[in-house]
Design a protein around this ligand. Sequence first.
Ligand code: F6R
Length: 254
Amino acid sequence: MDILIRSTPAEVATAAADIFVRYANAGATLGLATGSTPVALYQELTSRCERGEVSFARSRAFLLDEYVGLDRFHEQSYYSTIRRVFTSHVDFIDELVQSPEGDAANPDRAAAAYDQAIRHAGGIDIQLLGIGGNGHIGFNEPSSSLQSRTRLETLHPRTVQDNARFFENTDSVPRYALTQGLGTISEARHLLLLATGTEKSTAVRNMVEGPLSAHCPASVLQLHPRATVILDEDAASQLEDLEYYRFVDEHRPH
Ligand code: F6R
């Protein structure tokens, strides 16, 4: 795992953008995430696109997950969210931004079709990830198989609580989602996980320094040959080997 620690969330976004633009400019297949954490990155990428430093015209994108039971045009569906916060502001071809079909009549079939679509596209080159306070990635909640495929998942009560801020009240938060599985995510050639804020620090410690365990789904990154984790000081604050990670970052062999 490559661990980069930056002073502020803005610096986390800049470091992530430096990595992401190389993939976009090469026409790569991008895995996108929603939630609050990547918003600063999406704003940075939008500014760079306006300055002509990056283009998404040759890229396609797959979202990590989608609520089940929301119409895709509901303002909180991830289909709508990613367009509102990112892809409609840059030169992405809209039809090439795909998400799991959360409003499908048969979610199991939609889940299998999504894995198939990713495979047909040749796989994901770089998958952007956030982390839940309980260590989830995508909507893979604690107890998810580390080899799971895209599937219907029941949201953990903590996730429902965390996501209530996007809805009128807790009761309006969907209880189910279609999520890329941990096995699906692990097939991406490069994983880029961003975390900011003290409320993520326990999950980050468990992911980086805890045991490989379905109890902390993000610990599956320990198995990935190319995982980059970019943290602000707050999210990194519980890491035991913090000074070593800083040394590695500052003294990279050429
Ligand atoms: C979003 C997703 C989730 C979030 C995570 C962190 O597509 O799959 O795993 O990345 O819940 O959310 P924020 O960034 O809002 O703290």
